[in-house]
Design a protein around this ligand. Structure first.
Ligand SMILES: *Cc1c(COP(=O)(O)O)cnc(C)c1O
Length: 429
């Protein structure tokens, strides 16, 4: 495919921006080649600087549940723009946003808005530590919670793709406070708890993981985690930055039927603008400044443009609950088609899907945790990625990510994607 303009921009970018990108996975490093520079997005399509048109399954890495630039979010933004971009004082839209979040996600009794998923998870951990008076946290191998120091220990997503198990720059002291358990393995959690009796403030996980590729927590596992945390007075945090409003209006906790003590949000909650949020039980959230002693603040937090975009997205979800059935049937169509293509190619590659997030792992063994995910043939994935791309299908450029179907993807586009997958598998195998 034509990419001269993207190449030229990438060369300029690399001179001044580390790796030419403002977030690592965008650089195509794990699949090779030049990242495409995007000029415009509309519905399920993205347009790049060389005039290529792509069916997009990244959706800005999660936010675009309704595809790119949906008219109702654009309208809300234009209207908000008329009144000014930032006040640093409270506004009505923040109140409406909090009411709507607490309404859609019943475990959230109070909520604080921040500017990214990373801020949300970092803040939630601080509050959990303040609330419990304990310091250690448990996280799971392959789960990604943003780039906060104490999460960069065997993290997923870009950290996994680039093989940086523990990032330089994270102090030994910080790393020592993060205890690593195995996903879907309750014994690994019990062992850590018994070795650190009375010292663990919080346990954080992606209840449906997207960042080692799509992996769902087993029902028993998640229920036992809930019980363990209650018994041991550990704050259970569901990181729903990706799954919140994606897999259901009430997030992964609605699907799994388990209520966490705290929840973090990002991505969809901002309607395409930089937003995050953390919330949970009232008694925990009342630790947050200025009502409590745990400090957390933000100059642009609750920004009117961001709140209006996010509020438009969440009200659409609230008023149109049928979109989740629509997403389910579109995604099932894609899943079935790709599974058939894999079978026709004589392989048994594993496809994991929950609602509109899914991952085709290039391994023939079931994937249910970090160790099974990394059995994937990432080189083969890279070939598949490029083969799809030249057929106009834009997948996440790394094996350990979820692709996202939006309400804007038409059945015809999904069928074209399946055809591209059939051809690509033939080409690369
Ligand atoms: C994307 C993501 C984050 C980080 O959010 P940012 O907005 O990129 O800081 C945290 N947790 C999960 C589960 C995510 O998917």
């Amino acid at each position: 495919m034509k990419n001269e303009k993207s190449q030229e921009l990438f060369e300029r970018a690399q001179k001044l921006i580390p790796g030419g990108v403002n977030s690592p996975v965008r650089a195509f490093k794990s699949v090779g080649g030049t990242p495409l520079f995007i000029t415009r997005g509309e519905g399920s399509r993205m347009y790049d600087a060389d005039g290529n048109v792509l069916i997009d399954y990244i959706g800005s890495w999660g936010p675009h549940l309704f595809g790119h630039n949906p008219p109702f979010i654009k309208e809300a933004l234009l209207k908000a723009l008329e009144d000014g971009t930032s006040f640093g004082a409270p506004t009505e839209i923040e109140v409406k946003m909090a009411e709507l979040i607490c309404d859609l996600v019943p475990s959230v009794e109070m909520v604080r808005m921040v500017n990214s998923g990373t801020e949300a998870t970092m803040s939630a951990i601080r509050v959990a530590r303040g609330f419990t008076g304990k310091e250690k946290i448990i996280k799971f191998e392959g789960c990604y919670h943003g780039h906060g120091d104490f999460f960069l220990i065997k993290a997923g997503s870009g950290a996994l793709t680039f093989g940086v198990p523990t990032s330089p720059g994270v102090t030994k002291g910080t790393a020592a406070d993060t205890l690593l358990a195995e996903f879907n393995n309750i014994e690994s959690v019990k062992k850590i708890i018994s070795q650190n009796k009375g010292e663990i403030a919080a346990l954080i996980l992606e209840p449906i993981v997207g960042n080692m590729g799509t992996v769902r927590a087993d029902d028993d596992f998640i229920k036992e985690l809930r019980d363990l945390c209650s018994e041991e007075k550990i704050v259970l945090i569901f990181d729903e930055v990706m799954t919140g409003f994606r897999v259901a209006a009430g997030g992964a906790q609605e699907i799994l039927g388990v209520k966490p003590d705290m929840t973090t949000f990002g991505k969809i909650i901002g309607g395409g603008l930089p937003v995050g949020a953390y919330g949970g039980k009232r008694e925990i959230m009342e630790m947050v400044s200025p009502v409590g002693p745990v400090y957390q603040a933000g100059t642009l937090s609750g920004n009117p443009l961001a709140m209006n975009a996010g509020y438009a997205a969440l009200s659409y979800i609230k008023n149109n609950p049928e979109i989740y059935n629509e997403l389910e049937s579109k995604s099932a169509r894609l899943e079935d088609g790709i599974k058939n293509a894999v079978k026709e190619a004589g392989k048994n590659f594993q496809l994991n899907r929950v609602g509109s997030m899914m991952t085709l792992f290039f391994t023939e063994e079931p994937v249910f945790d970090f160790k099974t995910a990394i059995k994937s043939d990432t080189e083969l994935f890279g070939k598949f990625f490029h083969s799809m791309l030249k057929r106009g299908v834009y997948l996440p450029p790394a094996q350990f990510e979820a692709l996202f179907v939006s309400t804007a993807h038409s059945d015809d586009e999904i069928d074209a994607t399946i055809k591209a997958a059939e051809e690509s598998l033939k080409e690369i195998l």
